[in-house]
Design a protein around this ligand. Structure first.
Ligand code: NAI
Ligand code: 13P
Length: 347
């Protein structure tokens, strides 16, 4: 495999910001994607930055992220650290912290990231509450010198970290840059496609989390596999309506970040968003349903809906999720309301 490299042939140095499950998995993937280089003395490592010094020291000693990915060994070349200086000589950074934390985190890390043209690849899936901004626009505001990109697709962290195969897509306005970064991150078990449709890719990732909660609710309520499949199809239709209203391409949503990720997270309780919905459907209290895990769809649901309404996009499934989470609608009433909507032509 050829790896994207700089003019001297050196592989691009990737640093990972955020040492949770997905950041750790991507650091493993980035290190494995350059096995020859990371084995050589003095070869570039893949810094994995986390904010908690004690956790990062333990991770460096044990070669394991015991809190977020227990039992997965860090790949050779992954260098855990709590020193933001590790970002200073990166050619590109992967931004892997929860969507609602990105603005605050970038404000603190700005001295280490304010290089003109530095690619900052958003790996979080969400829309910012309050501002209603997509993540690429948050990065543009927080780091005006940087070049935002988005990586998304069907990829459970535990699968990717273990080296189980999957494919994702990396998008940037400059598609040649996206292709170069995709080549650098691709390896024997992670196939990274590239795209110029950053809006479509980021919307696919953000919206599928809300729809995964809906599917979880349906399954937790015992409404059956037919209901789940109908919800995936109708959820996909509203995701496409929303994305195209904001400039995304239908073909993008039919790909990995969109349909691919929707199928994954609507079909598996390994998804935290699905599991959260499933607990709600089974009658668990809202406050306890996430089990303390990150559920990006819960944060994004109201703001997704707010942007949809402002743009005149009909999103009945996302709307039901937002209303249930807000306590405005019971699950049974939401299901009745979805079933009793006026009959219409499919589309
Ligand atoms: N876990 C997965 O399978 C996948 C997750 N993602 C996305 O990646 C993003 C992160 O998810 P996970 O890594 O799974 O979450 P996680 O809950 O495993 O880890 C989150 C990490 O972010 C750190 N963090 C939180 N706020 C921070 C701040 N202000 N500054 C610095 N660090 C901060 C936490 O300390 C923790 O290390 C989410 O948007 C998620 O949707 C995307 C694909 C797969
Ligand atoms: O985005 C993911 C897989 O592609 C992970 O989904 P959850 O955040 O629902 O676990």
């Amino acid at each position: 495999m050829t790896h994207a490299a700089d003019a001297s042939g050196r592989p691009l140095r990737i640093a990972v910001i955020g040492a949770g499950a997905w950041g750790t998995a991507l650091a493993n993937a980035a290190a494995r994607a350059q096995p020859d280089a990371s084995a050589a003395p003095g070869a570039p490592s893949v810094p994995l930055w986390g904010r908690n010094a004690a956790d990062m020291a333990t991770m460096a000693t044990r070669h394991e992220n015991a809190r977020f990915l227990p039992g997965v060994i860090l790949a050779d070349g992954v260098a855990p650290s709590s020193d933001p200086g590790v970002m200073d000589d990166a050619d590109a950074v992967l931004l892997v912290i929860p969507a609602q934390q990105i603005r605050a985190a970038l404000a603190g890390l700005r001295p280490h990231l304010s290089r003109p043209g530095l690619p900052v690849i958003i790996c979080a899936k969400g829309i910012e509450r309050g501002s209603g901004l997509f993540m690429s626009d948050v990065v543009r505001q927080a780091l005006p010198e940087a070049v935002p990109g988005v990586l998304s697709g069907p990829s459970f962290a535990a699968d990717v970290a273990r080296g189980l195969p999957t494919a994702v897509v990396l998008a940037a306005d400059d598609e040649r840059l996206a292709a170069r970064l995709a080549r650098r991150l691709s390896g024997p078990t992670l196939r990274v496609y590239h795209s110029g449709d950053m809006r479509g890719v980021e919307i696919g990732g953000a919206a599928k989390n809300v729809l995964a909660i809906a599917c979880g609710i349906v399954m937790g309520r015992g409404l059956g596999e037919s209901a789940r499949a109908a919800l995936v199809a109708r959820g996909f239709a509203e995701m496409v309506r929303f994305a195209t209203a904001f400039g995304g391409e239908t073909a993008t949503l039919m790909g990995l970040s969109g349909l691919g990720d929707l199928v994954l997270t609507c079909g598996s309780a390994q998804s935290r968003n699905f599991a959260f919905g499933q607990a709600l459907g089974a009658g668990v209290d809202l406050a306890a349903a996430s089990g303390g895990k990150l559920t990006e769809g819960a944060a994004t649901a109201p703001v997704l809906l707010q942007r949809a309404r402002a743009a005149g996009v009909d999103m009945p499934v996302a709307s039901a999720v937002a209303d249930i989470l807000d306590g405005r609608l019971s699950i049974d009433d939401a299901v009745d309301a979805l079933m009793m909507r006026p009959l219409r032509r499919e589309g």
